[in-house]
Design a protein around this ligand. Structure first.
Ligand code: ZN
Ligand code: ZN
Ligand code: ZN
Length: 371
């Protein structure tokens, strides 16, 4: 992993920006538990345990990381950034958090904090108001720096290499189950450098009409579309790509629908420029599908942000008027889903730059026919 992704100076500067945003919004304390805000700000990934882990950020220059004693050895300390406060099995960690709040009246909490900790905390800080920490950390996390973009690029390139294998016919399809192909794709994602696989959707024929179909015992036959949507995490950053392939000869209906999908995808990518709204990416991709008469069969938003999490802000969806900024990373993934018949989706991750959108995945966009 590149040094610039793990240095104490990086975390100190991110926390300084969080404090600025807190001040601007009159937020006295931010509490970050499980989820990705914590590693973004400290480098520490908390296990999603029933035991409490909490970063307490106030205007003090050093934050406090409250961790279960048995987890403390996993913390890489950055003394100028946060102090580590381990708690023992018989202590009440919520009380320890409350003591570090310094009388905070407005408290931001991370989306993934267990509800039980928030409910217990409310008993210690009567009269405090609670807001979502995404308001202070989200805007920072959305704008990827050069090292983060390089990490997204490396993860995307690894996913691309698996897609190349799929399109080359190196991943056997006909006669195998979706689950077998999914396991094969997962193994290849790891072989290409991913640390973990986040998902490997394989959906054949009518199953492809369910966008998040769970790969199952269905055997893949000749003359049907196979939708593959897969990605993992590599050095802390995610990949995500969808390609459809066809074994045999696609019908005219399928090839013409696919050309609509391809044009929709291209329009979505082209719209993803700095200054345009997130919803305009969705509108551009959707218009192509609507105009071709498939509008009722494009049943989800056009894209999601991506970074440390496979799905994060910003979302490319009608109603999101956030302007795209240089460094925003997001998917463009229109789909057409005909219930009981077939489905298709085409997805790349792009990063907005002042010179236009850059794709993290680039493998052939066509409906590759495998024989
Ligand atoms: Zn996606
Ligand atoms: Zn995907
Ligand atoms: Zn294309």
């Amino acid at each position: 992993m590149s040094n610039s992704l793990t240095s104490g100076a990086l975390y100190a500067s991110r926390l300084a920006r969080v404090r600025q945003e807190m001040q601007r919004r009159s937020i006295d304390a931010a509490l970050l538990s499980v989820g990705h805000d914590l590693p973004y700000l400290t480098g520490y990934y908390a296990m999603p345990l029933e035991r409490l882990t909490m970063l307490v950020v106030t205007q003090d220059s050093v934050a406090t990381l409250i961790v279960p004693r048995l987890e403390a050895p996993r913390v890489t300390p950055f003394d100028d950034v946060f102090r580590v406060v381990p708690w023992g099995e018989t202590e009440n960690p919520v009380e320890i958090v409350a003591k570090h709040l310094g009388g905070a009246k407005c408290i931001a909490v991370g989306d993934q904090m267990w509800a039980r900790f928030l409910v217990e905390l409310m008993g210690f800080v009567s009269g405090a108001c609670f807001v979502r920490a995404v308001d202070v950390v989200g805007p920072l996390r959305m704008v990827k720096d050069a090292a983060e973009i390089a990490a997204l690029q490396a993860a995307g390139a690894a996913a691309d290499r698996v897609a190349v294998q799929l399109q080359a016919g190196n991943i056997p399809l006909v006669g195998r189950t979706e689950a077998q192909v999914s396991a094969d794709i997962s193994a290849r994602l790891i072989a290409e450098g991913h640390d973990v696989v986040n998902f490997a959707i394989v959906a054949a024929g009518e199953n492809a009409a369910s966008p998040h179909h769970h790969a199952g015992p269905r055997v893949i036959n000749k003359d049907e579309i196979v939708l593959c949507d897969f990605g993992g995490t590599m050095n802390g950053y995610c990949s995500d790509i969808t390609r459809c392939v066809f074994v045999g000869t696609p019908s005219r209906k399928i090839t013409s629908a696919y050309s609509v999908l391809h044009a929709s995808h291209a329009a979505g990518v082209k719209a993803g420029v700095v200054g345009a709204t997130c919803e305009s990416v969705d509108a551009a991709a959707r218009k192509v599908i609507d105009d071709a008469g498939f509008g009722d069969f494009f049943i989800h938003r056009t894209g999601h942000g991506i970074g440390m999490e496979a799905h994060e802000d910003p979302y490319m969806v009608s109603g999101n008027k956030l302007p795209i900024a240089a460094g925003h990373a997001f998917s463009v993934e229109p789909g057409i889903y005909l219930p009981g018949k077939w489905g298709m989706r085409l997805e790349d991750i792009v990063v907005a730059t002042d010179a236009g959108p850059i794709a993290m995945t680039n493998v052939d966009h066509s409906l590759v026919v495998i024989n």
